[in-house]
Design a binder for this molecule. Structure first.
Ligand SMILES: [Zn+2]
Length: 249
């Protein structure tokens, strides 16, 4: 029975370029015992075209062309819906503040932080995996810029020109906020620290820089930290309440 059904319908795929921002779509073309051609878009944005048998391809394409604006409207609506569904949290924490996330389809990828919003410009906001990959890269770049600058300021305050400036690396880490390798002169900061308020950021960076001269978390280590940040205990306590998980959009 299944083999026989081949005689009743035939499937073909057509690629059709609907232009920015929809792009190229595949149309699944089914020829069967239909009287007329019809076009359908399902909830996931798949496009189906039914036609009578032996319909010439150019007739099918011109039919789709005539329906282009209808098709674009539907596909964009689905794209926007999947976009909303894909957002894990509509707010992102940054410098201790909750920013409202705004996703903007754009010909480039960029993060713009304002006092109450984070605008994420992305070339394909409808593609959840791509969007998250881009966001992750941009977030890491932001972390590198912010923490390199802060580490340099704090380092200069403590050590002046008495030793070489350490390299700052940014990583996603599941169980650590930072670490320090004094011999290699590298401090590594967890990119999720961007969520923390500035005192917490300063404390963590000061903590890692202190490891350049104090290996253990002993009294001398904390005395050293207290010299440069008398209120460090409050910041240290707040750090425990910040989620270490990477920010996702
Ligand atoms: Zn430590």
């Amino acid at each position: 029975m299944i083999q026989n059904s081949k005689r009743f319908s035939e499937l073909k795929k057509l690629s059709i370029d609907l232009g920015y921002p929809v792009g190229v779509k595949t149309v699944i073309w089914k020829q069967g015992g239909y009287r007329n051609m019809s076009l359908r878009v399902d909830k996931d944005g798949n496009v189906y075209l039914n036609s009578p048998f032996r319909m010439p391809e150019h007739d099918v394409i011109s039919f789709i062309k005539r329906k282009e604006s209808w098709l674009k409207k539907h596909l964009l609506a689905i794209k926007n819906r999947s976009l909303r569904d894909g957002i894990k949290g509509e707010q992102v924490r940054y410098f201790g503040r909750l920013l409202t996330l705004e996703l903007v389809e754009a010909p480039y990828n960029k993060l713009v932080f304002t006092s109450d919003s984070l605008k994420f410009y992305c070339t394909n906001i409808g593609d959840y995996e791509y969007r998250n990959k881009v966001f992750s890269k941009l977030w890491k770049e932001e972390a590198l810029e912010v923490f390199t600058r802060k580490a340099l300021d704090i380092f200069k305050l403590i050590f002046g020109n008495s030793r070489p400036v350490p390299e700052v690396k940014i990583r996603k880490m599941k169980s650590m906020w930072g670490n320090c390798r004094p011999i290699k002169n590298i401090i590594t900061i967890n990119e999720s620290l961007l969520k923390a308020d500035e005192d917490v950021m300063n404390y963590l960076i000061l903590h890692e820089l202190a490891h350049l001269v104090h290996a253990k978390h002993d009294k001398a280590f904390y005395n050293f930290i207290e010299t440069y940040m008398p209120s460090y205990r409050k910041a240290k306590a707040r750090l425990k309440h910040i989620s270490i998980a990477p920010a996702e959009v």
